[in-house]
Design a protein around this ligand. Sequence first.
Ligand SMILES: [Zn+2]
Length: 305
Amino acid sequence: MICGGIDIGGTKIEARLFSEDLTTLDLRRVPTPTERLDDFIDVLAAQVRWLEQLSGERRELPVGVALPGLIDTRTGRAFTSNLPASGHDIGALLCDRIGRRLPVMNDCQAFTLSEANGGAGEGFDTVIGLILGTGVSAGLTFSGRLTKRLNGSALEVGHIMVPASAVLEQGLPLWTCGCGRVGCFEQYISGTGLAAIGKHRLGRPMRAEEIVTAALSGEPNFAEVLSEWLRIAAEFLLIIQLAHDPDCIVLGGGLARIPGVAKRLQAPFQALLLGEMQMPAIRTAMHGDSSGARGAAIMATGRTF
Ligand SMILES: [Zn+2]
């Protein structure tokens, strides 16, 4: 079934039309209106109509929408920073414009759904999709499907605390998180976290990309910073494993582009696993930029709840 997906970001709204086998047939990106709610919904509606016209299916075309943030499962209201639609039921407002209600979902869940169906998590029973970017969050599928959860958000795993033992062992400070709590994993294993470890160890501000490039070219100080990041990220994977016991973890976001990162995580992760616990497959995402729209399109075709 031909289908469409729309991925809403802070700077652009991307619409993609997919073939039956979920290959992108065409895509259109437009800037995200950031001031007025009406403008935002107008642009979103125009993207839906573009997909409908392009497909020739018109109102029969399944289209899903993915956005960053939380969608209240009781009211349908979306809560998301940087969008003028925060606090509103985007599905209902869009329905007023286009005459039908489209499914709206969190983009990290869309990423995981996409990777679990024809992506790096294909064929696994329990897949965690883990975004390591400016923030850290996750999604979870069973047998290629999302399950209904209490909150329509990503798994906010970035706000789990780093174990006290790991902080002591690494000799790192306790950093305060944007959420107001102290010692959240996000402050250590996101892109800004890697940069913060670098600054703490090497005494000057630096970007995550600089650390990775220097570490991979063999500069020992930078290689040690990257190793430290890998050890803390492995502590994080252990907690994910203890809580959900997935058979596959798919990495996405900017840090998933560190060359060989999935393999580099294996040794420190293996060292932490309890007793005879098996290590899950660790993969990097296959669908890159198309994940949000692709996952939303899969949702719209009715493969999930
Ligand atoms: Zn936090």
